[in-house]
Design a protein around this ligand. Structure first.
Ligand SMILES: [Zn+2]
Ligand SMILES: [Zn+2]
Length: 461
């Protein structure tokens, strides 16, 4: 009797890979059904539910999975076994393997002499996603007790270290070489040094960093997910009053801290679910027009623009730059815009919108088309600030109010924003977000309008 598809084939959204829970290694995207046949002897007629199970998932190619751990120090994947391994200590080498024989061979081939045990390599715990041709080790040890799969949800120092060692890399920008617009990428040192230093003097910033760290752990450590989510919620709840007080009593010397807080809280808001699942959509029965986190980020953005560069210290300026919209194109025309304009019902239709609704809608979809043009010009690897500033940050309050009332036009515009949001799907904090938001919109949208959004569902699958 074989395991059910979901039990045998585990999907890791953080790496977009399927792990066979029985064999404890990742399966190459094209070899999954073959693995079931050759290794688990599952007959062709029984393989169908497995094929259907994996068809739902977006799988990365082998290279992407292998390199996903390159930048992370002390990475640990709980679904994979840990091996006793060796790391070459030659400058700039870092070669990894699991036997001494291989390490010795590596030294004579690469470094032209016999390596010495205890001097030229050291023991390290290793993990690998794949076996066979695609085998590639990464170091799995962790000062934060991750390697022994201990939950660090209640350990502040370990959470902070996890932020510095691991989360920092996921928040830094890749280089901007592919971009048409010159912009200064956010360097990893900002998250590893500058901002943790600021947090030493700011309780609310520290709490927000710890929340972010716990959310990241929740995304990679399935076994302790709930604990990390609770921890993150507690830190976020305690951070907010401190932040609000700070922003009410603005002094010259806290701008850096406020801006750092806003950036990290944006990541947390996107990552937090299911509480925040609906992203921009506010409960129609609530008094708020704007969802809490968006109100926070919007007000913070206004604040940052009002403050200007003068009061920010040099390393923090790169964050403020990422809020500049000066380069955003205006009034672009595009097939997407034509499509969005064409769905406005005619004035004599039974379902006609009011003039005011039409105007608000037109402005919002124009902003969206401009946002797409801007995102396209920035090239791949868009970070979350870009995702937020191109549209959710700039749409009018009237539009957000229409969204709150679940106006079909506003819902359809938001559905189209999901296409853009989906471009951040490779980031841990945004994985699966666009798809779920779209699902939520479709549930609430009158079927009359489904034809306008069905294609999106297919395009972001
Ligand atoms: Zn297997
Ligand atoms: Zn070496």
């Amino acid at each position: 009797m074989s395991l059910a598809p979901a039990d045998l084939l585990h999907y890791l959204p953080s790496h977009k890979v399927i792990i066979c829970s029985s064999c404890q290694y990742a399966l190459q995207p094209t070899g999954i059904l073959r693995h079931l046949k050759d290794v688990h002897h599952i007959l062709r007629s029984d393989r169908r539910p497995y094929a259907e199970h994996i068809a739902h998932y977006d799988l990365a190619d082998i290279k992407t999975v292998q390199h996903s751990t390159d930048k992370l120090k002390n990475y640990f994947v709980p679904e994979l076994p840990v091996y006793k391994g060796l790391q070459c200590l030659h400058k700039n080498c870092r070669h990894l393997c699991v036997t001494e024989k291989r390490m010795r061979a590596h030294w004579t081939q690469r470094h032209d002499r016999m390596g010495l045990l205890g001097l030229d390599w050291k023991s390290v715990p290793l993990q690998t996603f794949f076996r066979g041709n695609a085998l590639r080790y990464f170091i799995a040890d962790s000062p934060a007790s991750l390697s022994s799969n201990i939950c660090i949800a209640n350990d502040e120092a370990a959470l902070m270290q996890h932020f510095i060692d691991n989360v920092s890399w996921t928040l830094a920008d890749e280089d901007s070489a592919h971009s048409e617009i010159p912009y200064e990428p956010i360097p990893v040192s900002l998250w590893q040094q500058t901002i943790p230093q600021l947090a030493e003097n700011s309780i609310y910033l520290r709490q927000e960093i710890l929340a972010c760290s716990a959310l990241h752990l929740a995304s990679i450590d399935r076994h302790n997910r709930q604990k990390y989510l609770i921890t993150a919620a507690q830190y976020q709840d305690s951070a907010l009053p401190g932040f609000q007080e700070e922003i009410a009593n603005t002094e010259e010397n806290n701008c850096d801290t406020i801006l750092a807080f806003l950036h990290i809280s944006a990541v947390c808001s996107i990552a937090f679910e299911p509480e925040n699942e609906r992203l921009l959509i506010v409960d129609p029965s609530s008094a708020d027009i704007v969802s809490g986190w968006l109100a926070l980020v919007r007000s913070g953005c206004e604040y940052a623009q009002a403050v200007g560069d003068i009061r920010l210290s040099e390393p923090l300026k790169v964050l403020r730059c990422s809020f500049e919209l000066a380069e955003k194109p205006r009034n672009v025309s595009s097939p997407l815009l034509d499509h969005l304009m064409s769905i406005i019902p005619s004035q004599d239709s039974k379902h006609a919108w009011t003039n005011e609704e039409c105007e608000v809608y037109k402005r919002a979809v124009q902003e969206l088309a401009d946002g797409f043009a801007f995102a396209d010009s920035l090239g791949p690897g868009l970070n979350i600030w870009v995702m937020l500033r191109v549209w959710p940050m700039v749409v009018s309050v009237d539009f957000l109010n229409m969204l709150r009332q679940e106006h079909p036009g506003a819902m359809i515009a938001l559905a189209h924003y999901c296409i853009l949001l989906h471009r951040s799907d490779d980031k841990w904090y945004a994985a699966g977000r666009a798809k779920r938001l779209l699902g939520h919109i479709i549930c609430r949208l009158d079927p009359r309008w489904h034809a306008c959004v069905d294609w999106i569902n297919e395009s972001i699958d």
